[in-house]
Write a new protein. Sequence first.
Length: 67
Amino acid sequence: MRHDFSPGRLVAGVALMIAAVVYFGDAGGAWDTPWFVIIPLVCGGLFLAAAVGTITRAIRLKRRRSA
């Protein structure tokens, strides 16, 4: 079964992985991250993922209508 590529989900995954790396680096003692850094990182990543998903959907709908 073939699935469509979802760039919005890719962006969300990458943003959450970056947040996890920042969190685990702080927890492991590799660096010191203030507590308030994770919230904008996660929210910004999810907002960017929503924007990419919306743009992708608009492009796909436009292609279907023209075909």
